[in-house]
Design a protein around this ligand. Structure first.
Ligand SMILES: [Zn+2]
Length: 159
């Protein structure tokens, strides 16, 4: 069994009047992420980590933001599709580790809920999806609450 590793990174702008979807759940906050889909930065980073591990390009390649089909799309559906793409290629997911970078709101109270939502979409257990959160110490665009970032790594293996 040869494991493969993948890395994913994503950024979304924050703006008033937008919903804040993170890790598959909607958080109450006065700012939300801007994007073609529901702009769930954590899910997008995870999708890219999974696709990268399988050397299958990135989510922009599979779900182009010029495509009306993905306008306002639920990112949970994208993650399900990515899991299916990997499964078709004979891959199973081992584990994911991820980090959200944003100033507010506090993410830690929501991590368990995110794990509960995301794990079944990838056919893994909650123990196999790690979500961490940190701030940007008020520095740069994340610190100014102009945007949010997420990083993820994924381990996959051929079944
Ligand atoms: Zn994105």
């Amino acid at each position: 069994m040869i494991p493969r590793i993948g890395f994913g990174y994503d950024i979304h702008k924050l703006a008033a009047g937008e919903d804040l979807w993170l890790g598959g759940i909607k958080l109450e906050f006065h700012l939300g992420t801007v994007g073609h889909s529901d702009a769930d930065v954590l899910i997008h980073a995870i999708c890219d980590a999974l696709l990268g591990a399988a050397n299958l390009r990135d989510i922009g390649y599979h779900f182009p933001d010029t495509d009306k089909e993905w306008k306002g799309a639920d990112s949970k559906e994208l993650l399900k599709s990515v899991t299916a793409i990997l499964k078709d290629k004979g891959y199973a997911i081992g584990n994911i580790d991820s980090t959200l970078v944003m100033e507010r709101p506090k993410i830690n109270p929501h991590i368990e809920a995110m794990q509960k939502v995301l794990a079944p979409l990838m056919n893994i257990s909650e123990d196999e999806i790690s979500i961490k959160a940190t701030t940007s110490e008020k520095l740069s665009f994340v610190g100014n609450e102009e945007g949010v970032k997420a990083y993820a790594v994924a381990l996959i293996y051929k079944k």
